[in-house]
Design a protein around this ligand. Structure first.
Ligand code: SAH
Length: 226
């Protein structure tokens, strides 16, 4: 996977302090149990401040979700790292992400898997996420505006599926698009708290376990311009 590229204007402001803040974030994730060094290296490398509004960029390396407009959020770094770490255990090449949002999780995954397909239902977020990925020199991502509840049949089956918004039940179309030997990581539940589930497909059979309690925005059906 190519290294991230950044222009000098992107690099401006990532001085020593910012590098220290990022290193602190990585140390915090380590303490919380993230052990995959490749994942930690990407959390250190992907400039999360470029994925939030400038007014919030001073908080970009806190281990917290932040608002990105349109009632949506950028996921908490710990949750991004945890989901990525668990997904990587099956060595996926082709991954589907449902809920692109600002594209942060997409950027982390893109450095670790061969190809990422990502879907976002809020139209306005899609070109902005694409721009950010392009600016970082990430070229192995195909992003589209659409309803990810149904997955992306034309490109399936996927070795890995990551859902970054919470449905109340596991979407059957996504299970159908999971490849043999593949793994899906997704939050399932109501508005306030959800279970982070890990679903594996082996010999056509599905096994499921709960990893943690999490809080994501809901997975909504249909699409919207704003
Ligand atoms: N992956 C993002 C998290 C974005 S928040 C990150 O790295 O920060 C979840 C996103 O899922 C929101 O942008 C929301 O609009 C989107 N979403 C919700 N329901 C969806 C659906 N049915 N299809 C695609 N995207 C959906």
């Amino acid at each position: 996977m190519p290294a991230l590229t950044m222009s000098s204007s992107d690099l401006k402001g990532i001085g020593m302090t910012s590098q220290r803040t990022r290193d602190r974030l990585v140390a915090r994730l380590r303490e919380k149990g993230i052990q995959n060094e490749r994942v930690l290296a990407q959390i250190a490398a992907v400039p999360r401040h470029l994925f939030v509004d400038e007014a919030l960029s001073h908080r970009a390396y806190e281990d917290t979700a932040l608002p990105i407009g349109h009632g949506q959020t950028i996921s908490q770094p710990f949750v991004v790292a945890l989901m990525t770490q668990v997904l990587l255990e099956v060595g996926p090449h082709k991954v589907l992400e449902v809920g692109t949002g600002c594209g942060y999780q997409t950027a982390v995954l893109a450095q670790l898997c061969r190809q990422i397909f990502t879907i976002e239902r809020v139209e306005a977020l899609v070109p902005r996420a694409k721009e950010r990925l392009q600016r970082l020199g990430i070229r192995n991502v195909v992003a589209k505006f659409g309803d990810g509840y149904k997955g992306w049949d034309a490109h399936g089956p996927f070795d890995g599926i990551i859902v970054t918004a919470a449905p109340s039940e596991v979407p059957p179309e996504l299970l159908a698009q999971l490849a043999e030997g593949g793994r899906m990581v997704l939050p399932v539940g109501g508005d306030t708290v959800q279970e982070l589930r890990v679903i594996d497909k082996r010999d056509g059979a599905l096994t499921e376990r709960v990893l943690d309690k999490v809080r994501f925005v809901p997975l909504l059906s249909g699409v919207t311009a704003d």
